[in-house]
Design a binder for this molecule. Structure first.
Ligand SMILES: Nc1ncnc2c1ncn2[C@@H]1O[C@H](COP(=O)(O)OP(=O)(O)OP(=O)(O)O)[C@@H](O)[C@H]1O
Ligand SMILES: N[C@@H](CCO)C(=O)O
Length: 294
């Protein structure tokens, strides 16, 4: 087996009202260098991920699961891992790790998986495509799962900057999903879908002001999660005063994300950092390509 390198971006799911459906690929990355070896070993370089025995490593477990699914023996590999995606902060760390695990199995066992296969496997494992799809394809991806088929539209021409506010605390997706209702009355579901429809239509027209305004009116998850997110109202208000189009919870939180006018991301991030001294406030590029393998 020839050595290979996997690079997977972070992602921000939901993008306001697109619960479990929309997600944006972001310029933070998980990179893995994989070589054949006598035994399995995961080595962390400047990583946000702690060193873990290989059988307990999330990425190994995914690779093994995919190899087993194809009735293949997974050869032992040495994996050197580097990541600047913070764990359990709403920036899609689990989706990037799942895709990396799928790709290790794909390369090491020569499975010949297509992008659609990777999307399907990743979505089955994660439970929804909103992080997996952008991490795989880049840009903003809007997806719907109809029976076993995932329909998706990629938007790659968004003329906006992104600012993220990453607090020190973690929030596991599982915990953040538990507080959501298990069903919604028809009137609420219709109103929530209407908001989402207007956001997508505004993005397609390049009307970012309206998109940002409507993104702040999600009814599917933000009203329930707001109490779990430190400084939720303060961040929305301060960002708006600095001319952000709109500010939302990134994925399941606790990170928040603003879409802001193109070219203003860095300046807004610097000012917001003063307001939020204990946060990592970053202006991030939108990742245009998604996962790459060399
Ligand atoms: N590179 C990695 N290596 C090993 N495990 C990882 C890696 N990235 C994520 N994980 C696992 O995924 C967990 C975080 O997943 P979780 O779904 O809670 O949050 P997230 O994916 O960062 O956020 P969100 O889904 O809201 O965007 C970590 O606690 C860890 O168990
Ligand atoms: N759509 C998911 C994203 C996090 O995995 C949620 O909001 O729970």
């Amino acid at each position: 087996m020839k050595p290979f390198w996997i690079n997977v971006p972070a992602s921000s799911a939901n993008f306001g009202p697109g619960f479990d459906s929309m997600g944006l690929a972001l310029g933070l990355h998980l990179t893995l260098e994989v070589t054949e070896s006598d035994e399995w070993v995961f080595e962390q370089l400047d990583s946000t991920v702690p060193t873990i025995y290989y059988e307990d490593h999330f990425i190994y477990k995914i690779s093994k699961q995919v190899a087993d699914r194809h009735h293949k023996e997974l050869p032992a590999c040495r994996v050197v891992e580097k990541s600047n995606i913070p764990l359990a902060r709403g920036l899609g760390s689990s989706a990037s790790a799942i895709l990396a695990g799928i790709e290790i199995a794909n390369q090491a066992c020569r499975l010949g998986l297509s992008s659609e296969d990777k999307l399907r496997y990743g979505t089955e494992i994660e439970g929804h495509p909103d992080n997996i799809a952008p991490a795989l394809f880049g840009g903003l991806v809007i997806s719907a799962t109809i029976e076993d088929v995932i329909e998706r539209i990629e938007l790659h021409a968004l003329d906006i900057d992104i600012v993220v506010y990453i607090p020190e605390v973690e929030l596991k997706t599982e915990a953040s999903r538990k507080i959501l209702p298990s069903s919604y009355p028809r009137s609420l579901a219709a109103a929530a879908s209407a908001v989402s429809n207007v956001v997508v239509a505004s993005l397609l027209k390049g009307d970012y002001k309206r998109a940002g305004k409507m993104m702040e009116h999600d009814l599917f998850h933000e009203p329930y999660r707001a109490a779990l997110i430190p400084n939720y109202e303060k961040i929305r208000k301060q960002a708006k005063e600095l001319s952000a189009y709109g500010t939302i919870i990134s994925g399941a939180g606790p990170t928040m994300l603003s879409i802001v006018p193109s070219g203003e991301g860095q300046a807004i991030a610097s000012k917001m950092q003063e307001v939020l001294p204990y946060y990592q406030v970053k202006a991030l590029a939108i990742d245009p390509t998604g996962m790459t393998v060399e």
